[in-house]
Design a protein around this ligand. Structure first.
Ligand code: CP3
Length: 322
């Protein structure tokens, strides 16, 4: 999950001087931000400071982030012709800034905590590329999927190879684990997931797995899709809070599970927050293979002390079992 960001004063101080994209293009700065949550929160891993949409820059889609409005893509992909004209990325050169951030962060954190590399899953990336930004009903995405299935599979196939190779390159640069974010895949039915997404996530996850580090496969709103996500791949399946952790885990008993505190629980009074943390831990039942995490990204209005309290509580309640 996102763990750096605007809820941290030390991040806002850097953001006051540089835009999100500028930070991502300056590996020393991005590595510094990657380390912030480790210092402040004592978390057990750092996630590299980057964004799933960064590959859109070298693809020439015209990526920008508008204050308060999220990402904007100036040249969305809408036709088979747009898809056919997409170039192939070379991670080492086209996304060398991210690989350098991974290298620097891994070097600085060596002997302390691992660095997690990440990329967007083919479906979630396609949804941004097609819609041109965030979406509520994914109308244009589904329009292309249903009306132009050849173009759809062409696009997802290209994105699958792109992110699979990009993830493997992050592992080669020092990432000790990789996460594939399919944040918006929960808008699909199981049938559509199987037909339009599963083959491509499978490709991306297999390329990532070839790097030899653990791979986390994450989505939100996926209660009806979890067995299919596990079929696509991933050593760890990440789940949001809409499904109780124990129920989710039963759907993929041969994998590890990551999750699943509601990020809004961090805004609850301390007693209520603690109760919810304990509930997640109780549902994991101390079984090996649970990675405690939020069910989705942290919100800007979160109090960092509440986050630290969660980390400390999880540590207290897990150490006895190590
Ligand atoms: O240190 C870290 O936590 C890693 C950094 C990270 C960012 N984006 C930086 C960022 C990670 C892991 C991401 C992943 C990401 N980006 C996802 C997948 C995870 C998820 O939350 O579902 C998605 C869907 C995106 C796309 C994206 N980036 C959106 C929709 C937005 C705007 C939303 C908002 O909160 O404004 C972003 C911007 C963004 N990327 C921010 C950060 C810290 C916040 C904006 C800022 O600092 O200006």
């Amino acid at each position: 999950m996102r763990q750096a960001g605007r809820y941290l004063e030390e991040y806002r101080a850097i953001r006051a001087r540089a835009s999100l994209l500028e930070i991502c293009h300056r590996p020393e700065l991005a590595a510094q931000v990657t380390l912030q949550p480790v210092e402040r929160l004592d978390v057990d891993a750092a996630i590299v400071f980057a964004d799933i949409l960064l590959p859109f820059e070298p693809l020439g889609l015209g990526l920008s982030f508008q204050a308060g409005e999220g990402p904007a893509i100036a040249h969305p992909i809408r036709t088979p012709d747009h898809v056919a004209r997409l170039r192939e990325l070379e991670p080492a050169t086209d996304l060398g800034h991210v690989l350098e951030t991974v290298r620097l962060a891994a070097r600085e954190l060596a002997g302390r905590v691992p660095v997690i590399g990440f990329a967007g899953a083919p479906f979630t990336l396609a949804s941004y590329a097609i819609e041109g930004g965030a979406s509520r009903h994914f109308v244009e995405t589904k329009r292309l999927m249903y009306a132009q299935p050849d173009a759809w599979h062409d696009l997802l196939g290209r994105f699958a190879t792109m992110v699979g190779r990009y993830l493997a390159a992050q592992a080669a640069a020092g990432a000790a684990a990789l996460q594939l974010f399919d944040s918006w895949v929960g808008c699909l039915s199981p049938d559509d997931y199987r037909r339009y997404v599963l083959p491509h996530s499978t490709t991306a996850l297999a390329l990532a797995a070839s790097a030899g580090v653990p791979v986390i496969h994450f989505g939100t709103g996926t209660a009806t899709l979890l067995h299919l996500m596990a079929e696509a791949g991933g050593d760890v399946i990440g789940v949001d809070w809409r499904i109780p952790l124990d129920q989710a885990w039963r759907r993929f008993p041969d994998r590890a599970v990551q999750g699943n505190l509601d990020p809004v629980a961090l805004l609850a009074p301390p007693g209520e927050l603690a109760r919810r943390v304990d509930d997640v831990l109780a549902r994991a039942g101390g079984r090996p293979g649970h990675v405690f995490n939020l069910g989705h990204g942290i919100l800007p209005q979160t109090d960092p002390d509440q986050v630290r309290a969660v980390v400390d509580r999880v540590h207290e309640r897990s150490v006895a079992r190590v």
